[in-house]
Design a protein around this ligand. Structure first.
Ligand code: SF4
Length: 372
């Protein structure tokens, strides 16, 4: 056991391990990179939302305890069999970005955009995901994994697809092939991931208007390529070019790597950007002695610093801030749900209603079938 834990934390950690042993192969614990160390130490797999969704889909475990946030556990429930039980240790662990797009808002925006931009709904075709012909003008919905299951269902039914930060470019190419040359993509809820990916693909910024619920479009919808929902991550929007300048002033040869949920100026001023898994690989590849500033959640940055004592790793934001909702998964909650599972209960089970299972499964399976 970890000697840096307090006696109380140590007792909780030991009990979690006893319960893990008792439950054996019936139990799978998945941990997101943004979880604290005292959770990660119990996880069977650590990964980003893309990897963990694959793990859930491939697992035969009866109980999948998801140490992450609500939308991730929903995706795991959609991808697993009906007899598998997905558990979220704290039901209040949501995602503020995911909450920035609701089904009502997206349905209302969808109708307005189809009308204003003179686009067609893929649902009107025999096969909503057929590759479009040159002169087609479909509006294809793409939702970031960080969205509720009812939005994934909407996307699945309208010929669209889910993306993560590790596959966004491949997913957008897929969507453009279905939209046609005169078509567009509605990307939600994270404007920054959409804009950064579009920019990396060479799409001009005036072809990427934003859509704010309750207000409407900022920029020209007609002829646009990506319509960006006005959502953001409250953790990643804190990283700025001023922080990069300050780091480079201290370390002129220093390296900056950030997550693509950061604003575009920050991404462009950095040396590299990518998903949490990309950042982990990028840091591992740097030379010993390198000074590296990382623009992502602090638990992951601190873990990377521990894993690479030969490198000087720091968080790009000196006023370090964890993701407050990821932080709601406390080891005591994990222990509690495992105790109850061992007692034969189904605590904090995440059940996606049958009415939205089918469409959301289509959207997720389309994503999983595409190489990055
Ligand atoms: S880091 Fe941002 S996007 Fe990720 S779970 Fe937290 S609030 Fe949501």
């Amino acid at each position: 056991m970890d000697t840096s834990l307090s006696p109380e934390e140590q007792a909780i950690a030991e009990r979690i391990e006893e319960l893990r042993e008792q439950l054996g192969d019936e139990l799978l614990i998945l941990g997101h990179h943004y979880q604290r160390d005292s959770i990660v130490m119990h996880a069977d797999f650590l990964g980003d939302s893309f990897m963990l969704s694959q793990m859930a889909a491939e697992s035969n475990a009866k109980y999948i305890v998801f140490c992450g946030v609500h939308f991730m556990a929903e995706s795991a429930d959609i991808l697993t069999n009906d007899d598998q039980i997905v558990v979220l240790p704290n039901m209040r662990a949501g995602c503020s970005m995911a909450d920035m797009a609701t089904l009502n808002e997206v349905e209302s925006a969808w109708e307005s955009i189809l009308h204003e931009a003179d686009l067609r709904d893929p649902i009107t075709r025999d096969d909503p995901t057929a590759v479009a012909s040159e002169d087609d003008n479909f509006l294809v919905p793409v939702t970031y994994m960080n969205s509720s299951a009812d939005l994934k269902d909407f996307v699945g039914r309208h010929g669209g697809i889910v993306c993560t930060s590790s596959n966004a470019e491949g997913i957008l190419k897929w969507a453009f092939d279905r939209a046609g040359k005169n078509g567009s993509v509605l990307f939600f809820p994270d404007q920054h991931l959409g804009r950064n990916t579009g920019d990396a693909m060479g799409i001009s910024h005036d072809l990427m208007p934003t859509w704010t619920p309750g207000i409407g479009a900022m920029g020209e919808l007609k002829g646009s390529r990506i319509i960006l929902w006005h959502g953001f991550c409250s953790v990643h929007k804190r990283f700025t070019t001023a922080q990069i300048d300050e780091f480079r002033h201290r370390h002129p040869d220093g390296i900056v790597v950030v997550h693509p949920e950061c604003p575009i100026d920050t991404v462009k001023a950095s040396d590299a950007n990518g998903s949490t898994q990309y950042i982990r690989n990028f840091v591992a590849q740097q030379e010993p002695g390198s000074h590296i500033a990382i623009g992502t959640e602090i638990n992951m940055v601190a873990r990377l610093a521990d894993e690479h004592p030969d490198k000087h790793i720091e968080c790009l934001d000196a006023e370090i801030c964890p993701c407050s909702t990821m932080y709601m998964i406390h080891p005591a909650y994990l222990m509690d749900v495992l105790e109850r599972i061992a007692d034969g209960e189904k605590p904090n089970q995440i059940v996606v209603p049958a009415s939205i299972q089918e469409g959301s499964l289509w959207a997720l399976e389309r994503m999983l079938s595409i190489k990055k």
